[in-house]
Design a protein around this ligand. Structure first.
Ligand SMILES: *Cc1c(COP(=O)(O)O)cnc(C)c1O
Length: 484
């Protein structure tokens, strides 16, 4: 099998800067002084902070080496399902760092901010066109924050009608943030089981939907990578009992320019600009999770809103039924700029993005079917889910497969999610990987399946050549060591 260059060679150790410094070393030289020295005030005298003395090269190497311990989408394929870790064109970063944007202060008056206001206004229109839902807020800083905002709006809608509803339906394939967002709005989550095809059945919804239920949160395509084919019927049932449909649009990369979300019956939808629209994510931000809503819900959107009046843009707080402000100023503006730049540079090709993302996932699904157990054997959307069932006999699990993949230079796919699939391996190749790279991934997965049969200890001991071996994953999450 083809060996990936750069995955087995040099992995540098790197001490703390404090351990590297040498007294008197310096990273710059000042020009000769041409003014008289001025004595320091007494209170400024002292030993100063305990910073190490370092040369420029010490510092550059330190941070470059540390950066190489990390794996990013700029280093290689990152098939992390449900996350859309696609390559983000650098031109969008460039537009976002133009000084006029990067230096714009959020407290500048509207007359001096016409450019940025226009961009926010236009971006809202673009997102409205992409989703089919006409009114948009760009304030939320993440998908989960969009969920919270959306559920607050659903709550406000029921309250405005004089109703209090206590429950929300959430399918068993949902991302964990869905029930968390519902709970923060005071709703009790009612778990809805998907059918043996991995999607929702209208019958199951009919059984649980009642007039104390505020609505349903549906991810479409869902986290099994399957299109919720019954979504329209499900939405009709929820609407018939006065409920609303919240759409989790984190998987929008599969359906851009193809599906009009409003026509599916969705009332509120969040988008993850940091998944679908050219902002890299991970490490906690910054992100952006705009929500798009129907005309009926527009009046509840957060303030301030960007409006246009006589060819000028301004910020308006004049929405008495608004749920209020949910982020400082207007959200993370840099992320919006990247989305704006991405959408304009792609134009009608956004549809092709989704078509290619779906094609790539189906290609992987068909190529690895049989090698790995495929629980739902039907066409998928932008991601496919396998399990470790075929490897069970050799006592090799999903975790071992993921760890071995790292030794071949791939970031592992999402594992053990969605929870409805035992030992899930959830692969999302995205539209930005070439056929050659996808073929290399497939070949690697096949080689690992082969190793699992003939040489399982290779998997059980992996990773041997990475910076860290197997971690105590619970301790790493609960008690992170942040001091080197
Ligand atoms: C990523 C994701 C979310 C949450 O988005 P964040 O921006 O990480 O808060 C919600 N639902 C699904 C299906 C996701 O994949």
């Amino acid at each position: 099998m083809k060996e990936l260059v750069g995955t087995t060679g040099l992995i540098f150790n790197e001490p703390l800067l404090w351990e590297k410094g040498a007294k008197g070393r310096i990273g710059f030289s000042l020009p000769r002084r041409d003014v008289d020295p001025c004595p320091l005030d007494d209170e400024l005298k002292g030993d100063g902070p305990d910073f190490p003395d370092l040369s420029e090269q010490d510092v550059v190497r330190h941070f470059t080496r540390l950066s190489q311990w990390n794996f990013g989408v700029d280093s290689g394929m990152y098939p992390l399902g449900s996350c859309t870790m696609k390559y983000n064109p650098k031109t969008n970063e460039r537009q976002a760092s133009l000084p006029g944007f990067a230096g714009a202060h959020p407290l500048l008056p509207a007359e001096l901010s016409q450019g940025v206001l226009k961009i926010m206004f236009d971006l809202e229109q673009y997102l409205a066109e992409i989703t089919g839902l006409p009114a948009v807020t760009l304030q939320p800083a993440a998908g989960s924050h969009g969920e919270l905002t959306g559920m607050m709006i659903i709550n406000a809608y029921h309250k405005a009608k004089g109703e209090t509803r206590s429950k929300v339906l959430i399918p068993d394939t949902a991302h964990g943030t869905n029930p968390a967002s519902a709970a923060l709005c005071g709703f009790k989550s009612i778990l809805v089981k998907s059918n043996d095809q991995g999607i929702l059945s209208p019958e199951t919804i009919s059984e649980v939907m009642d007039e104390d239920t505020a609505g349903i949160m549906v991810t479409n395509p869902n986290t099994l990578g399957l299109f919720e084919e019954n979504i329209k019927k499900v939405a009709d049932i929820v609407h018939s009992k006065g409920g609303l449909v919240y759409g989790d649009g984190a998987n929008m990369n599969a359906v851009m320019g193809i599906v009009n979300v409003k026509k599916l019956g969705v009332d509120v939808l969040h988008l993850n600009l940091h998944k679908t629209f050219s902002t890299p994510h991970g490490g906690g931000g910054p992100g952006s999770g705009p929500i798009c809503v129907t005309e009926e819900l527009e009046r509840f959107l957060p303030v301030p809103r960007v409006i246009e009046k006589d060819g000028k843009y301004e910020l308006s707080e004049d929405y008495p039924e608004s749920i209020g402000k949910i982020h400082a100023f207007y959200g993370n503006f840099g992320v919006k700029l990247k989305a704006y730049s991405y959408i304009l540079s792609m134009g009608a090709n956004l549809k092709k993005v989704s078509q290619l993302a779906v094609l790539s996932a189906n290609y992987i699904k068909e190529s690895l079917k049989g090698v790995f157990h495929l629980p739902y054997d039907k066409p998928c959307m932008h991601e496919c889910v396998f399990t470790d069932k075929n490897q069970e006999a050799n006592k090799v699990s999903t975790l071992d497969i993921a760890k071995r993949l790292m030794e071949y230079g791939f970031h592992p796919p999402t594992i053990y999610f969605p929870l409805v699939v035992h030992g899930a391996l959830m692969i999302e190749p995205t539209e930005t990987e070439s056929k050659e790279d996808i073929d290399h991934f497939i070949e690697t997965m096949k080689a690992i399946a082969d190793e699992a049969k003939k040489n399982p200890e290779l998997l059980l001991e992996a990773p041997k050549i990475s910076k860290v071996r197997r971690l105590d994953e619970i301790a790493a999450a609960r008690k992170p060591c942040l001091c080197g």
